[in-house]
Design a protein. Structure first.
Ligand SMILES: [Zn+2]
Ligand SMILES: [Zn+2]
Length: 1005
């Protein structure tokens, strides 16, 4: 049969687009889903991608891994849901829409109008959901694209309401009054889990001030405090000292005493406690007028003056101290971070603008002792990168105390890849605080909390409950978002008074965390076709709302995969919600992975010009090359992504391409014959491919793509550099058994790699497949590894090692491969003895001996970093003895100059004695006799000529089967001693040696 010829190198982009079109035209994905429908299930749950921007190359890593394992499980016949998810509300989307509309504050949004703002948010999500879908398809991801879940649907919102009601019934829901990290641009508090990532801290420069607080009743004495936040000084209430530390008074200044300092007076911190002082801004109406010294064991003795300025309204620890000591709380800034009325000159200034005014004012009043600048790590908003401040506000929390142990127990049932991430999750669960779920924003989950003045907190658990209890506003309730929801008051369940909803919206991780319930129809009494697409997602998705029986079939998910930072985000919120509702983890296995860097290991930033857009990467590298790069990466380490690594992958992939091309080229010129008996080499390749299947199956089952890639590459190397190389003559002769064996091995290995490189695998499958085989590689069923001849595999493995070492020995001695040699001695590879002929041919040696290599010299040197400390002054003597060869080998180590040295204490090198080239590794040593004689030299020249003539054939564009006539110069006539050999190797019918003094020539016969 004739195979479609392949070009010399693949055009990945063209090939991939071709395959995509063909998949669409032929409905291959639908055929696969039909083929697997009703089979055993593989429950995968997609973590929602935020639909507010195009997908980046960091998203493509996770999306590749998801697709790889979904494709693998489909090969195994497993039935899957393939539902993609979009995250659609909360700060993510709001901030992007604000940027697009040129809005800069919450007031701007309110002036723009909440209904209009919500509409713009929905539009942005719809736009980018489409963009991301196109990118994902191009990346090769197979999903049920028109039935995505959107977290802003009313259905999703209602499921979260149910969760919140359950939380309230357990008594975990409370309103907290506390100091919290606050973004002045977004105008909202942020939660611990949102802010915990290392990327949310940057080096920033701030003022560093030493300020004097004059003590009352102690004329001429002042406390000296240090601060980097001048805006907090007007909110000062107290100064904290460490009770058991020593403080000293010098020049009227109290500070931590230095050990050898000279002071007018020295006192322990506890002696200062209770003293009163004049605050830095007591003239301002907003400031408190009474200030005192309080004790605090946590005062740092390494930073500042040992006396800490305490402003309970502007810092978390300050707030907690304030509670203990019943201090007043002064909040100096409003929600946009500007100083409130009551702070005189400072009113209306931002925390940055305040700096110079405060410094100048303190200086004028002689309260500033010293000032400078300091660079330190400082938190920024995870969403908009604005430096954060602290404010004391009311927020809604879910208490984590009661559920903490249950969460830990549930995590113990989850299998993590890499496994140490399990401990990371445990650490997070042990240390996390209560869950701050409220955000003072607009387009997010409307929290269904209706506090009544009678003391009752009404929590509405569903839309039906809302409708039942509403006292008005239902006719305008087009969806459950603000502003519409705000117009629906309900009646209090205790006193029947009308109560209104709090204005806050929810943390976006509630939206994503509920997905294992909302998208699978938990407790849904009936199946509602198209029933998931409610509220804002109406018209965007055709997803059904399944019934509870369906949820029981698909919950918990067998496997999920997202980046490692989701431990404190999505993995966490899902676990929290699922343990609360069902008492168990919503997933059985998790694969997590680290971050994408540029190819030099630096963070990618648009501003530094090293960012790569996913679209550009796909077009220029090809999706398969990207997928290979993601799959090869050990997930617990950052991936260095770039065009350099992509180029290197393309180079490596050429071996596979060339092997298929080799097959096609020879099969197309060979007669169609029934294959005869198999050669031992054929049996080896067929065993070898089964070994590949076994190794890859094991790797896929462990969710470990790096091992899939390494076993595939090792196989392709064996196939190309051993099987094909050793079988060339049979292919020239059109040997049907060799062709059939090669085709079988290629198609079987393509299935193995198809989940990683779906495009190239599909393309090559379509070139190679037989008429009785499935039209698409993805319709093939995975066959587990069949029988293999382990002895043969080991023999050939050892033989290949010997040949590799032989080549290495040649190259380190500068002996070219084409120069035949007399003798090779092999030690430590007994299994290779059966393959001595192959070794002889591959290494161009006349004889191969198996036995001890005596031609090598052992050189032993001290491993200085280890031996230096151990031997001390005796090192010199040991070194001299080693150098002189005065040592004995004992029990894997060495005895020298009265010392026994272990293998790790020395560096061992084997070198050839004069006239020998030696190489060794892993217990195998080979030695090549490098001596030449006239016969060997002549053969070397013959091989050079054969090589030259074959290159000329290629350059002349001859077909593989064309015969030639060769004309040699007179000077080469001695080569005719090997005339038959040359003829056979270059397909010559005649060789003449009368060509004068020029170069060899060839002509088609
Ligand atoms: Zn922000
Ligand atoms: Zn009430």
């Amino acid at each position: 049969m004739a195979y479609e010829p392949l070009p010399a190198v693949p055009d990945y982009t063209a090939l991939e687009k071709d395959v995509l079109d063909w998949w669409d035209r032929e409905g291959i994905f639908d055929k696969l889903r039909k083929q697997n429908a009703g089979g055993e299930r593989f429950g995968f749950l997609d973590g929602p991608i935020t639909a507010n921007n195009p997908m980046g190359v960091h998203h493509a890593w996770g999306r590749t891994l998801k697709d790889v394992f979904q494709r693998y499980k489909a090969f195994r016949g497993l039935d899957q849901r393939y539902q993609n998810g979009f995250d659609c509300q909360g700060l993510w989307v709001e901030v992007e829409v604000e940027k697009a509309l040129g809005l800069n504050s919450k007031r701007d949004i309110e002036e723009y109008g909440l209904a209009e703002f919500a509409a713009r948010c929905v539009e942005r999500v719809a736009e980018y959901a489409e963009v991301i879908t196109d990118q994902d398809r191009r990346l090769g991801r197979w999903m049920d694209w028109d039935n995505d879940y959107y977290t802003f649907s009313d259905t999703n919102i209602e499921y979260i309401w149910r969760f919140l009601k359950a939380v309230h019934e357990r008594g975990w829901l409370y309103k907290g009054h506390r100091s919290t990290m606050w973004c002045p641009r977004c105008g909202t508090s942020l939660s611990q889990h949102e802010q915990a990532g290392e990327e949310n801290y940057v080096e920033l420069e701030h003022p560093s001030l030493f300020v004097r607080f004059p003590l009352k009743g102690r004329e001429g004495e002042s406390l000296i405090v240090w601060t980097t936040t001048p805006w907090t000084l007007p909110a000062n209430v107290a100064a904290a000292v460490k009770p058991d530390a020593e403080y000293g008074l010098r020049d009227g200044h109290w500070m931590l005493a230095e050990e050898k300092g000279e002071y007018d007076h020295v006192a322990r911190g506890e002696e200062l406690v209770g003293l009163q002082y004049v605050g830095p801004f007591d003239d301002l109406p907003g400031a408190v007028k009474e200030h005192r010294v309080i004790p605090w064991d946590e005062v740092s003795l390494t930073e500042g003056t040992g006396i800490v300025h305490i402003a309970p309204g502007a810092g978390t620890e300050d707030f907690e101290l304030g509670r203990i000591h019943e201090l007043p709380v002064v909040v100096p800034i409003d929600e946009s971070g500007r100083m409130l009325p009551g702070f005189g000159l400072l009113e209306g200034l931002s925390t940055d603008e305040v700096e110079d005014v405060v410094i100048e004012d303190l200086r004028e009043r002689a309260l500033l002792v010293d000032s400078g600048r300091i660079t330190h790590r400082y938190p920024i908003c995870w969403r908009c990168k604005t430096p954060l401040v602290f404010r004391v506000v009311d927020d809604w929390f879910i208490s984590a105390q009661e559920v903490r142990q249950e969460l830990l127990d549930a995590n113990a049932t989850v299998e993590w890849t890499p496994s140490f991430y399990s401990k990371r999750m445990d650490d997070w669960l042990r240390n996390m605080g209560d869950w701050n779920i409220s955000r003072k924003r607009y387009f997010g989950l409307p929290l269904p909390f209706y506090p009544c003045e009678c003391g009752e907190l009404n929590v509405v658990g569903s839309r039906a409950e809302l409708e039942e209890r509403a006292t008005g506003g239902l006719d305008q309730l087009q969806e459950l978002h603000r502003p519409w929801i705000d117009e629906v008051p309900v009646s209090c369940s205790r006193c029947d008074k009308e109560v209104r909803r709090i204005p806050e919206v929810g943390d976006a991780w509630l939206d994503a965390g509920i997905v294992p319930f909302s998208s699978l129809g938990w407790q849904s009494p009936e199946w509602i076709p198209g029933g998931y697409a409610t509220g804002a997602s109406r018209g965007l998705s055709g997803a059904d709302l399944p019934d509870h029986a369906y949820w029981e079939r698909w919950f918990p998910a067998h496997w999920i995969s997202e980046s490692r930072e989701q431990i404190r985000l999505w993995f966490y919120s899902m676990l929290f919600m699922s343990v609360t509702l069902e008492g168990r983890a919503p997933y059985e296995r998790v694969l997590a992975y680290e971050r994408v860097r540029d190819e030099h290991g630096k963070e990618m930033h648009k501003s530094t010009g090293n960012a790569i857009a996913a679209d550009d990467a796909i077009e220029q590298m090809g999706a398969d090359v990207m997928r290979w790069m993601y799959s090869e990466q050990v997930p617990s380490q950052n991936l260095n992504f770039g065009y350099g690594p992509a180029h290197e992958i393309k180079r490596r992939l050429l071996t596979l391409w060339n092997s298929v091309k080799f097959f096609v080229d020879y099969a197309n010129v060979s007669p169609d014959e029934e294959p005869g008996a198999l050669d031992p080499l054929d049996r080896w390749l067929l065993s070898r491919v089964e070994q590949l299947v076994a190794d890859a199956t094991d790797a896929y089952e462990r969710y470990w793509t790096p091992a899939v890639i390494s076993s595939f590459e090792a196989f392709v190397d064996d196939l190309s550099n051993w099987y094909i190389r050793r079988s060339r003559r049979r292919f020239w002769n059109g040997d049907a058994a060799a062709l059939d064996t090669l085709r079988t091995a290629l198609t079987r290995s393509l299935v193995v790699i198809a989940p990683v490189m779906p495009f190239l695998a599909e393309h090559l499958w379509r070139v190679l497949r037989g008429d009785d085989e499935p039209e698409s590689i993805f319709l093939v069923r995975w066959q587990d590894a069949g029988e293999r001849d382990e002895d043969l595999l080991q023999e050939v493995g050892e033989t290949r090692r010997v040949v590799e070492l032989g080549r290495q020995a040649r190259s380190t001695s500068g002996l070219k491969l084409r120069q035949p040699l007399r003798r090779l001695v092999v030690e430590g590879a007994p299994l290779a003895e059966k393959h001595a002929d192959e070794i002889r041919e591959e290494l161009r040696v006349k004889d191969v001996e198996f036995g001890p290599v005596e031609a090598s010299e052992l050189r032993v040197k001290p491993n200085l970093p280890v031996l230096g400390p151990k031997l001390g002054r005796e090192l010199g003597a040991v070194r001299a003895a080693l150098e002189a060869g005065e040592f004995e080998e004992v029990n894997g180590g060495f005895r020298v100059a009265g010392h026994e040295l272990g293998a790790e204490e020395v560096l061992v090198e084997r070198t050839g004695k004069e006239g020998w080239a030696v190489a060794g590794a892993d217990g195998v040593t080979v030695a090549l006799d490098t001596a030449l004689d006239p016969e060997l030299e002549l053969e070397g020249r013959v091989l050079d000529l054969i090589h030259e003539l074959n290159s000329m054939r290629k350059q002349a564009g001859l077909e593989l089967t064309d015969r030639i006539v060769v004309t040699l110069p007179e000077s080469a006539s001695d080569l005719l001693a090997h005339e038959d050999w040359i003829k056979e190797e270059v397909l010559a019918v005649e060789i003449r040696a009368d060509g004068g003094s020029g170069e060899p020539e060839i002509a088609k016969a």
